[in-house]
Each structure stands twice: as C-alpha cells, then as structure tokens.
Design a protein around this ligand. Structure first.
Ligand SMILES: Nc1ncnc2c1ncn2[C@@H]1O[C@H](COP(=O)(O)OP(=O)(O)OP(=O)(O)O)[C@@H](O)[C@H]1O
Length: 314
C-alpha cells in the first residue's frame, strides 16, 4: 500500500499565548514508521493527542486512515490504537483480565475474545504471568501488556508515545522487535521517542519539531547528511603513502599517529566515487576506507541547539 495513513496539513495549536504547533505538515505512508522528535515540551504529545482525537486542533486538517479527525472521529478511533506514556494497564487486574477488558470494550464475542487474548499473551511472552496482578509486573512486562492491549482491536495505525522510556536495553530490544513485526504485517506506526537511536533503528522517516515548526524531515540518513561532520577516513600503510595522499587531497585533515586522513564528504555515492577516482589518478591506494556519518544526536544538536531530547528535562 502506498496511500497515506496519516495526512497532516497546517496543524496549529496554542495554549493561552503559548504557540505549541505553528502550522505543521507531514504525511505518513501506510505500513511505515514515522518518528516525531523534539526537545521536552516541543509539542510531541500534543500532536499525538490531536491525531488520536483526544484534543481539538485550533487550525489545520488531519486525516487518519482516510478519515477527517474532526468530522469522522468515530471512524478514526476505530482504526487506531494508542499506547501512551501513562499506560492504560489496570494494576489491580491480572494480565489476562486487562486484555479481556479491552476485548469487552471492543465488543468482541466471547469465543473470539478468548482466542485473541490467548494469542496476544503468547505473542508477547506473557503466558506465565497471565494470572498475576499487573502491579507485580516489571516495567518491560507492563509496556508489553500495554501494547498487547492496544492490539486487541487490530488497529491499522498505532501511536506509540515514548514506548520504551525507562526500559532496560533488553526490554527495549524486545519492543523494537515487536514494532518491526507489526510493520511487517502492514501496520503504520507513529512513534515519539526521547531516544534518537530508537528513531534511527525503527523509523522510515523522522521529523524534528522545534519551536512549533518541523525544522527537518526525511529518512534518518537524509537528516544525518544535512549536518556537518560526515567524512571519509582513509588509512595508509606508511608515512610515504600518507604524504602522497595528503598532497592530492588538500582539504583533508591529517592524523599522523593513525596514518590516516579525514576527508569531508557527504557520504553519497557520487562524492565517494569522485574521491576514489582522485586517488586512482595519482596511484595512491589506502589500506582502509570507511565512511563516518553523524548520528541523530548530531542532527538534533545542529537543529535545536540541544544535544538530546532530554536536555530540557526538569
Ligand atoms: N493542556 C495543556 N494546557 C496548557 N499547556 C499545555 C497543555 N498541554 C501541553 N501544554 C504545554 O504545551 C507544550 C507542549 O507540551 P507536550 O506535552 O506536547 O510536549 P512534548 O514534546 O510531548 O514534551 P515531552 O517530551 O516532555 O513529553 C508544553 O510547553 C506544555 O507545557
């Protein structure tokens, strides 16, 4: 499917005098992962709340699963699942009861509900703890249960608002695997995260929200190419080869200890080919050739002036 699962145009929202969203536009193709990044207070949760019909926008149009969020609220709600920062899990109920409750809310018949609940407990590796109260679950188990509850109605679009905040690396990886499986099944994921590596791992497209506007959007690699710092590192066999290469590549920085040159490059195939051709013309050969791209942290720093999304945390 190539259609847009989410279409946002001119979306604006302010609280009192504070402009949180100042007219933002983006599309999310069906079956892809879109990640919205931004410092604390940038308006990520506000965006999720509007897109999931929990909050009204001041201006703009939003279509989710082809339905206008203002005029066709019910149809939007039927198509989406939301896993929030504050989990919907009821601590006093067991894992199975929590899922059963969702199945009841979604009005599944008793036979289907039983099948769906057992299937989800198995898929999320919660069978053994299914009969235990959710209050006894670890953070990772609770997040898994929360996501499992979101999946009860088979939503085609899932909003994950900081799904792995506070999880240990292993639980984060489990969540990532689940997200990838969902996408493989054709589900569209709208993800907000504080972890840039998470966006890097999961997102097909990333957008950075800053001071009410989207200051950048594209694939993680597109964004990395936009910031300075990408370079090619060439390592040579001896000082003579290093000297010769340095004469050819006058814009390169020398690393005498490492017998290496650092050549600024956007990392694209065209410039890499040009670089190799230049070396070839002068019969210089390198022992090692590696391309270094900035990571999303560098992108974030360049675009918003803070080096991680957590910088402004109170
Ligand atoms: N209901 C509200 N009334 C007034 N101000 C609000 C309300 N909800 C959010 N805000 C303000 O709007 C701004 C954006 O908040 P939002 O929660 O959307 O940011 P965020 O990017 O999700 O931040 P975080 O990463 O901390 O979750 C903040 O300055 C917040 O204080």
């Amino acid at each position: 499917m190539n259609s847009a699962a989410i279409e946002v145009s001119g979306l604006a929202k302010k609280f009192g005098d504070k402009v949180v969203l100042d007219g933002i536009d983006f599309d999310v193709p069906a079956g892809s992962v879109f990640s919205l990044l931004g410092p604390n207070g940038a308006g990520k949760t506000t965006t999720v709340n509007i897109l999931t019909t929990l909050m009204n926008a001041d201006a703009g149009t939003v279509r989710v699963a082809g339905h206008d969020i203002a005029a066709e609220t019910k149809a939007v709600r039927a198509a989406i699942g939301v896993t929030g920062q504050f989990a919907a899990v009821d601590e006093l109920l067991t894992g199975r009861e929590n899922l059963q409750l969702m199945a009841d809310l979604k009005r599944l018949g008793s036979g289907e509900a039983k099948r769906v609940v057992s299937g989800l407990l198995e898929r999320f590796d919660l069978v053994e703890s299914a009969g235990k109260q959710a209050s006894t679950y670890s953070g990772g188990m609770r997040r898994k249960l929360d996501l499992a509850m979101t999946l009860v109605g088979n939503p085609s679009i899932i909003f994950l608002d900081e799904p792995t905040t506070g999880l240990d690396p292993r639980s984060r990886r489990t969540m990532w695997t689940i997200v990838r499986e969902l996408v493989a099944d054709g589900v569209t994921i709208f993800l907000t995260t504080q972890y840039l590596d998470e966006a890097d791992q999961l997102a097909d497209r990333v957008a950075v929200l800053h001071q009410g506007r989207l200051v950048a959007s594209g694939t993680p690699d597109d964004l990395k190419r936009q910031v300075p710092g990408s370079h090619v590192r060439l390592r040579f066999a001896d000082v003579a080869a290093l000297d010769e290469a340095a004469r050819v590549l006058t814009d390169a920085q020398r690393d005498d200890d490492g017998l290496a040159l650092r050549v600024p490059s956007d990392g694209g195939t065209k410039s890499l080919r040009a670089l190799l051709d230049r070396l070839d013309e002068h019969s210089v050969s390198a022992e090692e050739f590696s391309v270094h791209m900035p990571d999303l942290d560098d992108v974030f720093l360049a675009l918003t002036g803070s080096n991680t999304t957590e910088v402004d945390a109170k």
